[in-house]
Design a protein around this ligand. Structure first.
Ligand code: S3P
Length: 190
């Protein structure tokens, strides 16, 4: 079983993911860092030299390789669920958890960021609001939704572990004929 963290840039996927992995005794994989190590350059360099579409193609292919992993917590890039079919590929890889951070906190954390090409230049808050509104309906299709506002990394990690176990149970229980698909489709929330 894998735990797949999705959510906006700077929503805590990597720090929470590392903590969850440590507590469960799982491996940890960050899709951006994985792409960077395979390509030998940073995501920002990829955007600058090859363009965003090239990066999205790499992400698209990687999303389909993740189901080969086991006992891994996977932190995904914020745009990964946006491409058609990617969310289904992530669900095939494990329980998908949306870390729902408050927009104000995201903006604050991104203010000094120089690493993320999607939010460089221009009015940061406008960019975040626009992209966040467009992506929220996709993120909301996760198996589990954890609101992170005002919570410590440790508390969020605890919520992720508890709700992932419940979602896994619901997924397994809904497999036999006669089970309610509505119940299984409803995300667990904290
Ligand atoms: C992106 C998010 C980044 C990275 C790239 C694009 C996005 O990952 O994949 O800069 O489109 O939201 P993080 O969510 O880890 O910052």
């Amino acid at each position: 079983m894998n735990v797949v963290l999705i959510g906006f840039m700077a929503s805590g996927k990597s720090s929470v993911g590392r903590r969850v992995a440590r507590r469960l005794g799982y491996r940890f994989l960050d899709t951006d860092r994985f792409i960077e190590s395979e390509l030998g350059c940073t995501v920002a360099e990829l955007f600058a030299t090859k363009g965003e579409a090239y990066f999205r193609e790499l992400e698209f292919r990687l999303a389909r390789r993740l189901s080969a992993l086991t006992n891994t917590v996977i932190a995904t890039g914020g745009g990964m669920p946006a491409a058609p079919g990617n969310l289904a590929a992530l669900k095939a890889a494990g329980i998908v958890v949306f870390l729902n951070a408050a927009v104000e906190e995201i903006v604050q954390r991104l203010e000094r960021d120089t690493r993320r090409p999607k939010v460089q230049g221009g009015e940061l808050k406008d960019k975040v609001l626009h992209l966040h509104a467009a992506r929220l309906p996709l993120y909301a299709q996760a198996d589990v939704i954890v609101d992170t506002a005002g919570k410590s990394v440790n508390r969020v990690a605890g919520d992720v572990i508890r709700l992932t176990a419940e979602a896994l149970h619901a997924r397994t229980a809904s497999a036999p004929a006669g089970a309610s698909p509505e119940a299984a489709a409803k995300p667990q929330t904290a």
